[in-house]
Design a protein around this ligand. Structure first.
Ligand SMILES: Cc1cc2nc3c(=O)[nH]c(=O)nc-3n(C[C@H](O)[C@H](O)[C@H](O)COP(=O)(O)O)c2cc1C
Length: 220
């Protein structure tokens, strides 16, 4: 397995992980262990729960994240994905933060909370693929964030109906996920249960379990 060496990663991306030199306490081995080297920000992405409550996300970075999401692939060029952006302490942030489930309260320390919604779509195909569009947008946003030295944590644990009501969203716009964006915080300062959870090994099924025909291609 290939763990992204801190030196390699640091040369192309400011890796927000315990594997890189850092002045804050961070759980070790957060970079993905991959069977071959992959694009550094993808390997470096993980979902931390410790945000630096004093760090801001700049307008420029926030715009870049949304641009990255805007340019994700979209079925039939329908572009069903919509965003609501809250910056720490503004009205949108405070409302989103109040809608998070109890286990996601760590995200109150994030610099920004982004609600990602997708139109259900007037026809069957748009409805079917809007979730795919949303996932692609979230992935683009996440990788752009990591490449800028930021951290992101997606959360389905929020009151979606409450979001529709609070932001007066149209019925066909489905709130799907809240994405916390910010700067990695110090694990020496977070609650022990959060630190324990984020110390768990990062694991994925092996390729030969998720690629259904992989066994037909030995040696690839
Ligand atoms: C659709 C979706 C919903 C998620 N919801 C939550 C959530 O409500 N709270 C949370 O702490 N993490 C949430 N996560 C993050 C996952 O727990 C995390 O991605 C998973 O544990 C794998 O860890 P990694 O992202 O560090 O690889 C969610 C991830 C996805 C893709």
């Amino acid at each position: 397995m290939h763990a992204v060496p801190a030196g390699d990663s640091a040369s192309s991306v400011a890796v927000p992980a315990g594997d890189s030199a850092s002045s804050v306490a961070v759980p070790a081995h957060r970079s993905a262990e991959t069977s071959v080297p992959i694009h550094a920000p993808i390997a470096a992405r993980w979902s931390p729960r410790a945000f630096d409550s004093t760090a801001e996300v700049s307008d420029h970075d926030l715009r870049a994240l949304l641009e990255a999401a805007r340019w994700a692939a979209t079925w039939g060029r329908r572009q069903p994905v919509r965003f609501l952006v809250g910056r720490r302490a503004d009205d949108v942030f405070v409302t989103l933060s109040g809608l998070l489930k109890r286990g996601n309260q760590y995200a109150n320390a994030a610099g920004a909370l982004i609600l990602l919604c997708a139109h259900r779509g007037a026809d069957e195909n748009t409805a079917r693929y809007s979730g795919v569009d949303a996932g692609a947008a979230m992935a683009n946003l996440s990788i752009e964030a990591v490449s800028r030295g930021l951290i992101v944590h997606p959360m389905a644990g929020f009151d979606a109906r409450g979001a529709t009501e609070a932001f007066d969203l149209p019925d066909d716009l489905r709130p799907l996920i809240v994405i916390a964006v910010g700067t990695l915080g110090d694990y020496a300062e977070v609650a022990p249960e959060i630190a324990d959870r984020d110390r768990q090994p990062r694991e994925r099924l092996p390729l030969d379990e998720i690629v259904l025909n992989w066994r037909e291609r030995p040696g690839t």
